[in-house]
Ligand binder design. Sequence first.
Ligand SMILES: NC(=O)c1ccc[n+]([C@@H]2O[C@H](COP(=O)([O-])OP(=O)(O)OC[C@H]3O[C@@H](n4cnc5c(N)ncnc54)[C@H](OP(=O)(O)O)[C@@H]3O)[C@@H](O)[C@H]2O)c1
Length: 229
Amino acid sequence: YVLCALPKMGFAGVNVTLPHKEHARRLVDRCDDAAVAIGAVNTIVIDTHGALAGRNTDAQGFWAHLVDASGRAEWSGARALLLGAGGAARAALWALRRAGVDVAIANRSGARAHALASEFAADAVAWPETPAALGGFDLLVNATSLGMAGQPPLAIDLSAMADTAVVYDLVYTPLATPLLHAAQARGLVAVDGLGMLIHQAAPAFAAWFGIVPAVDAAVRRHLMAALAP
Ligand SMILES: NC(=O)c1ccc[n+]([C@@H]2O[C@H](COP(=O)([O-])OP(=O)(O)OC[C@H]3O[C@@H](n4cnc5c(N)ncnc54)[C@H](OP(=O)(O)O)[C@@H]3O)[C@@H](O)[C@H]2O)c1
């Protein structure tokens, strides 16, 4: 009912967050390719006829922040280990596969990792229990809830990762997770989850208002102040 009322109320669109993204995908009039593949809508744009266009800008945000924060634009042929098989993992996986990254997925529930791997032409692997299991990966992505406030930390030994590897934690509460501390201590590039949040908002804002907002340090500072406890 809320979504149906939006055009009459003069809205340009809305953001949709957990746990409504999958449901929103079924309620909109049409979807972009990313939303169809990921199975979730996080941005709704109301067109001039009042129709609801569903988009997924999470994947775009994930990718834009990776490129921005790592300083590496070309990832084709790189190897990534993706931890998790929920909604955030799906968005990250779509972006990684689209960029030609070879992805191995590990998840607590192995069956979910296998299902996701077959859907996106990736590999399902066992949860990395030994340091050696991380050897050979250029990128580690944490898309689980581990490390979030109130959850156990993601306890993983990064010692076998290559010196040039990047560690990307999608968790943004807290911003400095134990995983990112471990990556910094190991001298690896540590990428936090806040940039993904900002980068996914930029294309949504542009779609609603026709203005591409700057994604810069000032925006990040504002958001950090807003999220501060
Ligand atoms: N930075 C951003 O913009 C952004 C956007 C979206 C999400 N996120 C973050 O990404 C994380 C995941 O979100 P989501 O939406 O994908 O959640 P979700 O759909 O509920 O998926 C949660 C994932 O975490 C795993 N998990 C949960 N507890 C675990 C534990 N104790 N040990 C090992 N694995 C565990 C689950 O494994 P099972 O399958 O075995 O249950 C599943 O793979 C959250 O921290 C969220 O805040 C960040």
